[in-house]
Ligand binder design. Structure first.
Ligand SMILES: [Zn+2]
Length: 633
């Protein structure tokens, strides 16, 4: 049984087609079955034997060189016999030649190269150094001097939400309430069979509304069916009257712990928006996507990711349904992008992993390695837990989604079985509490834990040095900064901005950085993220010179945080993240060298091709554009 992605969707079993295709592609795209039967356990004896391909490579190259130099010689039969003795796969090296190659280690130290030799099992066999003569290989792909960087890794996103967001009404481009209402109405008319209209992406800040939208405004768009629309940050939802009725949310309903029902002025009638934990009141009524909806969503997400040069992701909050979707794709040979999964709950963690993290499945494409915990909410919906009240909402300090005790208990539960812990912490109080909890648990749970703090968005400058302790990883999303700038200033006031989106200071404390997009909150576009990281300007170049530019990082550091750093953050180093011998040959072909680009140029760079495990997953014949920058929160 074949596992792993085979270059083109839907023809995993069709080797004859694959062989014909590989001639067009100029690469050996399909693996012979003999080497492809890497089982889910990843320790097939055949596979282990072939792993040190480097041992075969010199002999193989010598033979090929001799062979090609003397096409008519009588030794040909002898050579053929010799070749037959070698494993068939050992002949199928691919040389990616004539590249402006760049790879970085976790510290951002750059190594340049001019070619990559890829073994048939999709690992890097050799990097051709500048000036070094390229070895012969059976297949050669001439990149004509274009730039090649390691496959980009998004260290924090939500795979299924990204995919499902492609299948529902998308309000992220809307600039006014009226525009959103028109989009919702049009979607409902185009989808008459859907019992619920669901969607996401609205942002009252971008509408210039100055308040949340209400039920009547949604009824005006659709009133015959329930409608439920998540805010862009996923921390609030907007319901119409039908949706509130079906969930029986009334004036009598009290706010659940960790959540808030917005009320009409001067009373208790629900106003239409439900924040954080209150969202579950409606969401339990929304029909769950069917398995084939989920499969389609995953494929949509993958398409979007590879078009942006993303070859691996950390999925932050994997449910059992999500995991089964990943497994169905893996079993069908359609899992392209590598997924480092963090369970959405202890229940999901235990059901998926049992008494510890899973192994790497499907040729390093899937692993459940940790647990995602939410300590607070988000800044936009005033759910982030702050030490002092919101500047624009006196008396509100945000929402504690887990108490300090609950947080520690869940962290222990995961750590005792060697799962990695990733804590969502946005507000300064949440970050302080997460740091304290890690500090306390580190006494019992020693060793290489790589505690992760997700977002680390607003940190009291007094707490920043604590990031440098216990090997804590700061998993941050550069694109949030330009998107949030105006909102963050309003929520926090000027005093608390010093420790907001403080990439450089947190990195300087000793914490390894891992960068991501939090897609679908932001577009899964690492190059736009790098542009924000080095400039702290938005896509329009605002503000000129950058917002608190003292917190920029270098382009090398940004690239590292999107490659080797993001791999390290998921215990994936040695598997992927760098272009280095023995790692998976995941790389991206760009039209411009990112190390030579300023922020506007980074945003303009085109991803020409994306390769995963030595196979082209995007580009070549078909060209697409990267997703446009999503509007912010
Ligand atoms: Zn997230």
């Amino acid at each position: 049984m074949r596992h792993g992605f085979t270059r083109r969707r839907g023809d995993a079993e069709d080797l004859s087609h694959a062989k014909a295709q590989r001639r067009q592609d100029g690469v050996f795209a399909a693996k012979p079955p003999s080497i492809s039967n890497v089982t889910a356990s990843g320790n097939d004896p055949d596979y282990e034997w072939l792993r040190p391909l480097g041992v075969f490579a010199p002999l193989r190259r010598t033979i090929l060189l001799f062979f090609s130099a003397s096409p008519r010689l009588r030794v040909k039969p002898l050579l053929c016999a010799l070749l037959a003795l070698l494993p068939a796969s050992a002949l199928a090296d691919t040389l990616i030649d004539n590249v402006n190659g760049i790879t970085v280690d976790r510290n951002g130290t750059v190594t340049r190269f001019e070619g990559i030799v890829i073994g048939d099992d999709g690992h890097v066999v050799q990097l051709v150094e500048p000036g070094e003569r390229a070895p012969r290989a059976e297949f050669r792909e001439n990149m004509r001097g274009r730039t090649v960087i390691p496959g980009l890794i998004d260290a924090h996103l939500h795979v299924m939400e990204l995919g499902l967001s492609q299948l529902v009404v998308d309000l992220s481009g809307t600039r006014s309430l009226a525009e959103a209402q028109a989009a919702i109405r049009a979607f409902a008319e185009a989808n008459p069979e859907r019992p619920w209209i669901v969607g996401r992406g609205w942002n009252q800040e971008l509408w210039g509304l100055g308040r949340f939208p209400n039920t009547a405004e949604l009824d005006a768009a659709v009133s015959d069916r329930p409608v439920w629309l998540q805010r862009v940050d996923g921390h609030a939802g907007w319901a119409n009257t039908r949706a509130l009725e079906s969930a029986r949310v009334t004036a009598m309903t009290s706010d659940p712990a960790g959540g808030r029902i917005e009320r009409k002025p001067g009373g208790r009638e629900p106003a239409g928006v439900l924040v954080d934990a209150a969202m579950a009141l409606i969401e339990k009524e929304v029909p769950a996507p069917r398995a084939n909806d989920r499969d389609l969503a995953l494929y949509k997400a993958q398409e979007l990711l590879v078009a942006n040069g993303v070859t691996a992701v950390a999925d932050m909050g994997t449910s059992l349904e999500d995991w089964m979707t990943f497994r169905r794709a893996g079993d069908a040979g359609r899992l392209q992008v590598r997924i480092m999964a963090y369970a959405a709950s202890v229940e999901a963690m235990s059901l998926i992993g049992g008494s510890g993290p899973t192994r790497w499945l499907y040729d390093d494409r899937l692993r459940m390695g940790g647990l995602k915990l939410y300590h607070d909410g988000a800044l936009g919906s005033r759910g982030a837990l702050l030490k002092q009240p919101y500047a624009d909402d006196p008396g509100n300090r945000g929402l504690e989604r887990l108490t300090g005790t609950q947080l520690r208990n869940l962290m222990s539960r995961a750590a005792m079985e060697n799962y990695q812990v990733a804590i969502h912490a946005i507000g300064d109080a949440a970050n302080a509490e997460a740091l304290s909890a890690i500090d306390e648990l580190s006494a019992d749970y020693t060793g290489d834990r790589r505690w992760r703090i997700e977002h680390a968005q607003v940190v009291d400058p007094a707490d920043i040095p604590r990031f440098g302790q216990h090997g804590i990883i700061a998993s941050m999303q550069p694109a949030h900064q330009p998107s949030d700038r105006a909102m963050a200033e309003a929520r926090l006031g000027p005093q608390r901005l010093a420790g907001a989106y403080a990439w450089r200071s947190i990195h300087a404390s000793g914490a390894p950085l891992a960068f991501g997009s939090d897609a679908p909150v932001e577009a899964p576009d690492p190059l736009a993220g790098m542009a924000a990281a080095i400039s702290r300007e938005d896509a329009q170049g605002q503000p000129p010179g950058g917002w608190h530019p003292e917190e920029t990082v270098s382009i090398e550091e940004a690239l590292a945080a999107y490659t080797a750093g993001a791999a390290y953050a998921g215990f994936a180093e040695g598997h992927f993240g760098r272009l280095a011998v023995g790692e998976r040959a995941d790389f991206v072909v760009l039209d411009t060298d990112p190390l030579e680009a300023d922020a506007p140029a980074l945003r303009r760079i085109r991803v020409l091709e994306t390769w995963i495990g030595g196979q082209r997953a995007y580009g070549g014949a078909t060209r697409g554009e990267r997703a446009a920058d999503a509007p912010g929160r």
